[in-house]
Design a protein. Sequence first.
Length: 293
Amino acid sequence: MSRNDELVAVVTGGSRGIGKGVARALAERGATVYIAARSEAGGIHTSPGGALLPGTIQEAVEEVNSLGGRGIAVACDLAVDEEIRSLFERVRQESGHLNILVNNAAYLNEKMVVRPFWEAPVELANIIDVGLRCHHVATYYAAPLLIAKRRGLIVNISFYGNARVHDPAYYASKAGLDKLAAVYAEHFTPFNVAAISLWPGYVGTERVTQLMDTDPGFKRLTEPNRGHGPNLPHVLCDNRRADLAVAARLQLQRRRVGRVYRAFWHRCGDRRRDGRVSARIARQANCFRSPPH
């Protein structure tokens, strides 16, 4: 495969959780995946809320390589615009283009389930920066690389806004991602680049699994609710098996982005269609217009 034909993706926050799950799915299709995150040293890392979490960009790259892809680790603090710019400058120099951008990174704190919100640390508001603003900055710098191929995909990893579990700032950031995707879709349409907001729901990531084991309040969310099943709106699923990279996989089928988008909508519109998929797209389908034929 020549450099020009190479499928290239950037996944932010790819050292663990949903981001790593997406990177693994892309790897299975032979993609070159730039994994951007802060966790580069080996061992266990302490989250802002004090949780001990595994996962580094190097470890994620090893998994990508083992699955047939080509992983590239990029240490990047997404709170710093210059580091984001440098990330995409590296992609330009090494690959020359970008097919898929997955805006996934987020500042997460285990206290985000505390209610009322004013009893939690005010630092939870940092997700507005690393979780919303950083993704707009990333898309800004990625735009020329996406346009270069005249065929691309931007995926904002979002969440539905009525779960009543997280801190208000979390929901504000996710609502912002939905709106950004809608506007991106309009701006990128002439260049054959699609933009979507993907709602994976609750996924059994390292962080969520730990919360279920240690936080009684969070654990209650998974318990039966008066005989009507779990309180969680979606069944928890392993992030390694969940098909959270459906959009990326469809992109690999070498079809026009318009056809990719329609197939993606059909694939994810009803989560009951595939037990592995715990995903929803923002409701306004007309916000994410496919390019004209």
